[in-house]
Design a protein around this ligand. Structure first.
Ligand code: ADP
Length: 200
């Protein structure tokens, strides 16, 4: 199973990606997580990406594409993957099409989580507040200014991907405002019930 999860920050992509990993025995490939790992490890990519990410802007396409190109070629991604946070721009989507074609791979679906922006902002604020209350470290881009930038970047650069994947016939739209379990159920209805151990 090879999937893309599309949706703005806070739409629940990470939560659903984890469930898909369990249900379909695939790997989650999150460019955000990979970039944060590069920042933490102080690699050359990480050093370049840190300031950009902290501002809430997108790292250059070639950086994101190089990370994914390397990752989908690894053995654990053979069975399938769910891309979370990639592609984020039309050039990234075009690069992904080329990468998959070179490897003889095909996407099964592009799942777009549709959310209401007002409710989304509330959700994100609640998430910050809960994490802070538990004494957990929040991300350095989890502040009002960077979040606004992340939403602006989504609208301007990522939203056009809905039309891109609609044209290819791969887009499946999901109501992301439903409960976590109801969103998972919608996904399973689209993809067909998983044959391995399901985590509803
Ligand atoms: P969000 O919760 O905002 O969806 P992510 O964890 O997916 O965040 O990504 C965090 C940051 O990492 C982004 O704001 C951006 O700076 C960078 N990033 C992640 N994926 C990409 C990508 N595919 N292209 C460009 N930048 C990316």
């Amino acid at each position: 199973m090879k999937l893309i999860l599309l949706g703005p920050p806070g739409a629940g992509k990470g939560t659903q990606a984890l469930r898909l990993v369990g249900a379909y025995s695939i790997v989650q490939l999150s460019t955000g997580d990979m970039l944060r790992a590069a920042v933490a490890a102080g690699t050359p990519v990480g050093l370049k990406a840190k300031a950009i990410m902290d501002r809430g802007d997108l790292v250059p396409d070639e950086v994101a594409v190089a990370i994914i190109a390397d990752r989908i070629g690894q053995p654990d991604a053979k069975r399938g993957f769910v891309l979370d946070g990639f592609p984020r721009t039309v050039p990234q989507a075009e690069a992904l099409d080329r990468l998959l074609a070179e490897r003889g791979m095909k996407l099964d679906a592009v799942l777009e989580l549709k959310v209401n922006e007002g409710i989304l902002l509330k959700r994100i604020e609640t998430r910050f507040a809960e994490m802070t209350a538990r004494g957990e470290k929040v991300r350095t881009d989890d502040n009002a200014d960077a979040l606004k930038k992340r939403l602006d970047a989504y609208r301007a650069q990522t939203e056009p991907l809905s039309a891109y994947y609609d044209r290819t016939g791969q887009l499946r739209t999901i109501d992301g405002m439903a409960s976590i379990d109801a969103v998972t159920a919608q996904i399973h209805r689209i993809l067909g019930a998983p044959t391995s151990v399901a985590q509803a």
